[in-house]
Write a protein that binds this ligand. Sequence first.
Ligand code: FMN
Length: 258
Amino acid sequence: MQTAHLIYFSPTGTTRKAAEAIAQGVGASKVIHYDLTLPGATFDTVLTEGVAVIGIPVYAGRLPELCLQRLQAIRATRIPAVLVALYGNREFDDALVELRDLSVAKGFDIIAAGAFIGEHSFSTPSQPIAAGRPDAEDLKKAVQFGRQVAGKLRSGNPDTPDMDGHVPYKDRPKFGGKAPQTDVGQCILCGKCAAVCPSGAITVADSVTTDAENCIMCCACTRACDNKARSFTHPWIEEKRAILNKNCAEPKMPEIFI
Ligand SMILES: Cc1cc2nc3c(=O)[nH]c(=O)nc-3n(C[C@H](O)[C@H](O)[C@H](O)COP(=O)(O)O)c2cc1C
């Protein structure tokens, strides 16, 4: 296999890690990144050769809306693709089948799919949810999965496997109105929070302002802040975090469909 097209949306980096490990296992001689995470990251392109690895995080059991929009511009002339859904140890619900349907419509032939686990965006040191995932064992499985994909590519079998999920997909809840806040006493106005925000919701001037209506709650800003000035303590999040910490403590294992 000559080229792997690595396409992902990954605010806190776990989707990217798993997708990279899968591409490593596929053994392509060249890996091209299509990072859809930041504003302006649209790749108006048609892929005509190689294999695509398409990775998305699961938001409320679906594809994040921003990621869905940014995926639209990438089309293919029926090249094989591997799908990856990264979820925070709750469920991936209908995210994989939604990604499958979109990818098929964009011209990809889906030959394999996997659901992997990543530290939940809402996880904090005091309320951990799948902390440290994907871990070394997860990444080993991702590489092995990539090797299986390479075997399937060599065999020339183009079949799309069945994968878990339902059509019609579950309802996508409306987010918005809730966002991390800045502790002005700790903030040094360095702008790292704004630089990692996928929706461009953060403005840094004499102070940091966050457009809560545009916030996708990915928590990239809280992780990026070296001074721990950003935190997400809205009561809605605190409640969700506590429920997830309690109900999703049992580690789930990666699932593959090939
Ligand atoms: C708004 C939102 C909704 C989420 N919904 C789910 C979910 O339904 N199930 C789940 O297991 N994890 C859920 N997560 C957690 C992410 O899927 C998980 O943290 C993922 O690893 C993040 O990927 P990234 O590191 O590439 O950004 C959600 C995260 C956010 C921000």
